[in-house]
Write a protein that binds this ligand. Sequence first.
Ligand SMILES: C[S@@+](CC[C@H](N)C(=O)[O-])C[C@H]1O[C@@H](n2cnc3c(N)ncnc32)[C@H](O)[C@@H]1O
Length: 196
Amino acid sequence: MTFPLFQTPLDLAHHFWRALLKPGDIVIDATCGNGHDTLILAQAALTADSGRLIGYDIQEEAIALTRERLTASLLPEQLSRVELYCKSHRDLDDNLHDGTVALIVYNLGYLPGSNKQLTTKRETTLQSVRRALSLIKPGGVLSITCYPGHAEGAIEEAELLTLCSQLQANEWSCCHHRWINRRQAPSLLIIQKEKK
Ligand SMILES: C[S@@+](CC[C@H](N)C(=O)[O-])C[C@H]1O[C@@H](n2cnc3c(N)ncnc32)[C@H](O)[C@@H]1O
């Protein structure tokens, strides 16, 4: 028996993503970083002729690393279905229609080993998440990993929890996962839209 079943909120998040995604889905990685999460999304959603993956990061270096990681593991046909943008997720792609995206992933905070000033910020994150809620299709999910161990991350998490607690329970399932015997532990918000 594996102990613990899930070591981190990201382990848990990956478990949910794999259970949810089907080949051909539209997915967004709002914080590509090193591209580890982007690759998991790509492998689950993209085929040679279906699916779409859109990725964002404000750092050129992150976009380059992500592109490199995807290029090493995906078929050229899958790669042609990926769009990576070096820009803020504040304004998620205007070309996407509301109610069409299966999964939108935020792994908040800063890139480990990189400039800590380039962390996600509450104002842009909240604006982006509000737009993300309208993009999600019925049954689709927003997955947000929060890092309350640093000052900006603590406020960001608190404001996200306030936003989620105000969503209608008959339209949204909002669940906050946290290890309660670890101090300032990262946490995972899973927000699912009702399947009509
Ligand atoms: C914790 S890292 C993401 C790790 C990544 N998911 C992975 O698998 O390696 C957070 C990333 O968010 C990026 N970021 C910060 N603010 C952003 C914004 N407004 N829009 C998009 N990306 C942002 C940072 O540059 C950083 O690379």
